[in-house]
Design a protein around this ligand. Structure first.
Ligand SMILES: Nc1nc2c(c(=O)[nH]1)N[C@H]1C(S)=C(S)[C@@H](COP(=O)(O)O)O[C@H]1N2
Ligand SMILES: [Mo]
Length: 447
């Protein structure tokens, strides 16, 4: 895209925004269409500015984004969002995959301290099993490098082990994937492959101790009841595992309740794993078996470029060398702005906007969250809460002053307890797009 075209579109927006809208989006501007841009308009806009629009789905009409994202390659033309239609779920969750069903939560719907069931994202790799009729009779086994193979029903798990409840973030390993350029393959998550719920269950470590892990046992392998997408019952859908030390972490759990209610079927009920801070895929839903292994697990989702990051940084878009990948463990630091929503219009004369958000950092905590209203030229700190327990997200608030009417982007960036901060762009390109944690940006218009 030449500079000349970008400039001329900017000029056009400056001089006659309504005509620019009509030109860029092929439809008439006016009071009724102002608000939010749909699919075709976004594609045209992306093409016109020669880069991905950072907050693509809900951009206010009549505007040209002042800050363009990275990347010279034009993004694939975005389709309009498909909203989820699923029992009990909020109808503003966005479907990012229909088969298997995958849906994300727009950032502004993550404004509750505890994410309710209705807003919690959904990620499946295979077919969704039918709901268990008698949950307490659900069985799972613990076997492999153990002294006593266990077979437990959910009822026994509840009665024999000490229960605990923790509010913890569950985040898909691919969260943020859509921010990669060139495009990384997989579900195109923005920031909404995450939620923070109250999980009740027992320590996975207590169950493993009861099974008596042999000194040779160093890794877990998780199995479940969901059918492979093909319907082939001999193929596991997904089978991931973690290092034994992570499995023994007192916050790694086998859970049966979410927000005080029996774990819903869509979230893996009656029984799932909850391995906080690590890719959501380690948190096997519909758990039927844990095998303790004497080596790293090699089930579907453990090999090739799945849930793996590069060892030596690779050229973006190049062919991957499978030997150059290591397993993604702790998720990277991320913060989101949960209020205002992207695309909010505020009355002319508004000079202060209150912001709210959330932040989390895999196995670590968040040390600070800063916000900018001037494309990162200046930053101000926010008031950051601690979180109820380990792996809870940390809510933050602040108010920003906006000097005049007009278009603003609000950016937020978090820094973890090690001093690692969110980058401006999705870092360390890899073909399946893990680790994409660029700063979250929302657009607001004071007019
Ligand atoms: N059995 C099973 N467990 C699974 C999956 C799956 O497809 N099958 N998907 C995993 C992935 S990739 C994620 S991100 C989380 C999503 O959990 P949720 O659907 O409850 O939000 O479940 C994990 N556990
Ligand atoms: Mo995931």
């Amino acid at each position: 895209m030449s500079e000349k075209i970008e400039r001329s579109i900017e000029e056009l927006y400056r001089d006659d925004p309504e005509r620019a809208d009509a030109l860029a989006f092929g439809r008439k501007s006016g009071p009724n269409r102002r608000g939010f841009l749909g699919g075709a308009g976004l594609a045209a806009m992306s093409a016109a500015v020669g880069g991905a629009i950072p907050f693509a789905a809900n951009m206010p009409g009549g505007l040209i984004p002042a800050a363009m994202a990275q990347g010279a390659a034009p993004p694939a033309p975005p389709k309009g969002p498909i909203y989820l239609n699923f029992p009990g779920k909020n109808d503003k969750l966005v479907v990012i995959g229909e088969r298997p069903l995958v849906a994300e939560t727009p950032e502004h719907l993550l404004d509750d301290d505890t994410t309710p069931y209705e807003k919690f994202f959904i990620r499946n790799n295979g077919q969704i099993p039918d709901e268990a009729k008698e949950p307490d009779k659900w069985k799972f086994t613990v076997e492999g490098e153990v002294n006593n193979k266990l077979e437990l029903t959910l009822g026994e798990l509840k009665s024999k082990y000490k229960a605990q409840t923790r509010r913890m973030v569950l985040e898909c390993g691919g969260n943020g994937r859509s921010f990669y350029s060139p495009k990384a393959s997989g579900n195109q998550w923005t920031n909404g492959g995450a939620g923070c719920a109250e999980w009740t269950g027992v320590r996975l470590g207590d169950v493993l101790k009861a099974a008596g892990v042999k000194p040779s046992g160093i890794y877990t392998a998780h199995y479940s009841a969901d059918l492979h997408l093909s319907g082939d019952a001999t193929k596991p859908t997904l089978s991931r595992g973690v290092r034994l030390a992570k499995a023994m972490d007192p916050d790694s759990m086998i859970v049966w309740a979410m927000n005080g209610k029996p774990l819903p079927n869509i979230h893996g009920g009656p029984v799932r794993l909850l391995i906080p801070g690590w890719p959501g895929s380690a948190s096997q839903k519909w758990l039927t078996k844990i095998v303790i292994r004497d080596k790293e697990h090699d089930g579907p989702g453990m090999t090739g470029t799945s849930y793996r990051l590069t060892i030596n940084p690779m050229v973006p878009g190049d062919k991957a060398d499978p030997k150059n990948f290591k397993i993604l463990e702790s998720m990277p630091v991320r913060s989101i702005i949960t209020s205002p929503a992207n695309g909010t219009k505020l009355p002319a004369g508004t000079r202060e906007v209150k912001l709210r958000g959330a932040s989390w950092a895999g196995d670590f905590t968040v040390k600070r969250v800063d916000v900018s209203t001037d494309y990162g030229v200046t930053w101000q700190p926010t008031k950051l809460e601690k979180g109820k327990n380990r792996f809870d997200w940390q809510r933050w608030t602040t108010a920003v002053k906006l000097p005049r009417d007009g278009y603003y982007e609000i950016w937020a960036r978090a820094m973890d307890s090690r001093g690692l901060m969110q980058p401006h762009v999705a870092p360390n390109w890899n073909p399946s797009g893990y680790g994409g944690n660029p700063m979250h940006r929302v657009a607001v218009l004071i007019a």
